[in-house]
Design a protein around this ligand. Structure first.
Ligand code: ATP
Ligand code: MG
Length: 542
């Protein structure tokens, strides 16, 4: 089914209002992109692709104070990773055009120089029920405004002393239309323009011009800009001679995800205050974080596809994002065994130096992935939680006198343990003859199958992540919801093939979830992407 943007585009093409589709993604380079931006990128890229048009990546770098080169680089990188390709453009390259548009407005008597302070501006703006108050400068002669605007540009005016305001309607029911400021004096160095400019355009004035300069056919943005659309249209209409084919703005609902922070400003705070290791910390909902966590571009695109494009704001469950990568990796990821909390187990009825090669499937859903070999040795390691001195009810794993199958190996029977009941240091067991996996005709039934690693296991650091926010939604402030247990590190022992994993390779660790070798750390570090939860029903065969 077509989303409402597609319906609009179809109608515009049918009526001939548009012949070529051009969209844009216009981030402000004041932080890294997050999953909400991914939704905007996927939508804009999908529209351009579907209609054989293009999608520009345009930096909205009209605010010189906050912007950094690092962010520009990361945004290009992340957008490409998600599947965007096209032109990288900078709004600051259009400053000359914006300045000319402002001069046009002044000349038409549609803009004037005012000297109001931000406080006065607020006081005179009026309210939703009361009209605003007109400034004494509203009818300043055009010639005077032109001169003052030039002096603003030439650096003769101090920051904040004068502003350029659009002359629209102080009684408009839409407060955005009450003579908004469109240019201000700011003696700040710009990351691309250097010290060339002392005046900078405001977003609501700059954005429609940026779209017009690039011949954007459909300017898609989030709902909070709906009330700004009349101003968007006003700017383009009043500068009609400069922009004869004005673009149009359409709004869709922004993505919100439960327990997920979706604001660059707040994410930056987490980085600056060291709550996370950086913008690409695998717990971060940034593209860089998700990527490092082990998400794939296709899983994120699939998520954006599934949540759809709506006109009403809503909040989706994190589980919806997680199931996209889980389902993908369930099909694609090789399986391997990793013991996160190792407990030594000695097979007492095999000789010293025992070493038997067993065969196991790489991925039961992908027969073409074939099989791999694992080695059973006299000393193996099992998960601490797979042995219990006093088993809880319905415990299906190992207890003294109990049996369990070693995945793709033999059934073993536990004969005892060393250490204290609350601090077991070693378990002893025996292989039951004739129970080798695939050749077992012993008739012995076991309730549990456990994963294990042999003597050739490799140490690895495994990072288990929880959400950055607790689920206490009664607290409005993110600061009160920060989850201090969002990272748990385990000194694990992993199967020999995992020791040879490349950075960014993903696996299903049997019974544990999906893990990705960290792309940054040189040591052997695995990040848990998601648990098995939904996919757990598809238990591997023994
Ligand atoms: P933030 O508050 O996180 O900084 P922003 O909207 O200020 O977000 P921009 O860099 O201005 O960030 O956004 C670039 C584009 O991404 C805009 O078109 C914006 O509408 C879109 N966008 C931002 N957040 C979301 C979101 N949560 N869902 C969908 N689109 C979003
Ligand atoms: Mg913003």
């Amino acid at each position: 089914m077509a989303n409402f943007i597609e319906e609009i585009i179809d109608a515009d093409l049918a009526s001939g209002r548009e012949t070529e589709i051009t969209t844009r993604f216009p981030p402000e380079p004041n932080g890294y992109l997050h999953i909400g931006h991914a939704k905007a990128i996927c939508l804009n890229v999908a529209m351009a692709r579907k209609y054989g048009g293009k999608c520009n990546l345009r930096f909205d770098d009209t605010n010189p104070v906050k912007e950094e080169e690092e962010y520009v680089k990361s945004i290009i990188d992340d957008a490409k990773w998600l599947g965007w390709s096209g032109d990288v453009l900078f709004a600051s390259d259009y400053f000359e055009t914006m300045y000319a548009a402002a001069v046009t407005l002044i000349k038409k008597g549609k803009a004037y120089i005012d000297d109001v302070t931000p406080e006065q501006m607020r006081e005179m703006r009026g309210t939703l029920t009361e009209p605003g108050v007109e400034s004494k400068n509203r009818n300043r002669p055009i010639k005077e405004s032109l001169e003052l605007f030039e002096r603003m540009r030439d650096g003769e005016i101090a920051d904040g002393a004068l502003v350029l305001r659009a002359k629209i309607d102080m009684a408009s029911p839409n407060i955005n239309m009450r003579d908004p400021i469109i240019y201000r004096v700011l003696k700040a160095r710009h990351h691309r323009q250097g010290d060339r400019w002392c005046v900078y355009p405001m977003y609501d004035f700059a954005h429609p011009i940026e779209d017009a300069v690039e011949n954007i056919s459909h300017s898609i943005c989030t709902l909070e800009f709906e009330d700004h659309r009349p101003l968007y249209d006003w700017v383009l209409r009043e500068c009609g001679e400069m922009f004869p084919h004005p673009p149009h703005q359409y709004e869709f609902a922004r993505l919100n995800i439960k327990r997920t922070i979706m604001s660059k400003r707040y994410l930056k705070k987490l980085v600056d205050e060291g709550f996370v290791s950086g913008w690409d910390d695998p717990r971060m909902p940034t593209i860089a974080g998700l990527r490092r966590r082990g998400y794939t571009p296709s899983s994120i695109r699939e998520f954006c596809e599934r949540i759809g494009v709506a006109k009403a704001n809503s909040e989706v469950e994190v589980g919806q994002l997680e199931s996209c990568i889980r389902e993908e990796l369930n099909q694609k990821a090789p399986r391997a065994m990793a013991v996160l909390e190792p407990l030594e187990l000695i097979l007492d009825n095999v000789p010293d130096g025992f070493n038997e090669t067993l065969t196991t499937e790489v991925n039961q859903f992908d027969p073409s992935a074939g099989t791999r070999e694992i080695r059973l040795t006299k000393r193996i390691f099992i998960e601490k939680s797979d042995f219990a001195v006093v088993p809880p009810p319905k415990y299906k794993r190992l207890t003294v006198g109990g049996t369990v199958r070693l995945k793709s190996g033999y059934i073993i029977k536990c004969t005892g343990y060393e250490g204290e009941p609350e601090n077991v240091t070693r378990v002893h067991a025996e292989i039951l003859e004739g129970t080798r996996s695939g050749e077992d005709n012993s008739g012995i039934k076991v309730k549990g199958v456990i994963h294990w690693v042999g003597d050739d296991a490799v140490p690895a650091l495994v990072r288990l992540y929880d959400y950055l926010l607790t689920d206490d939604e009664s607290k409005a402030d993110f600061n009160d919801r920060l989850n201090c247990d969002s990272l748990i590190e385990k000194n694990a022992l992993v199967e020999e093939i995992l020791g040879r994993a490349g950075k960014g390779d993903s696996f299903q660790f049997l019974r544990q979830g999906y893990f990705c070798r960290d792309i940054k750390e040189d040591g052997l570090v695995f990040n848990r992407i998601v648990g098995l939860k939904d996919a757990y029903n598809n238990k591997p065969k023994q």
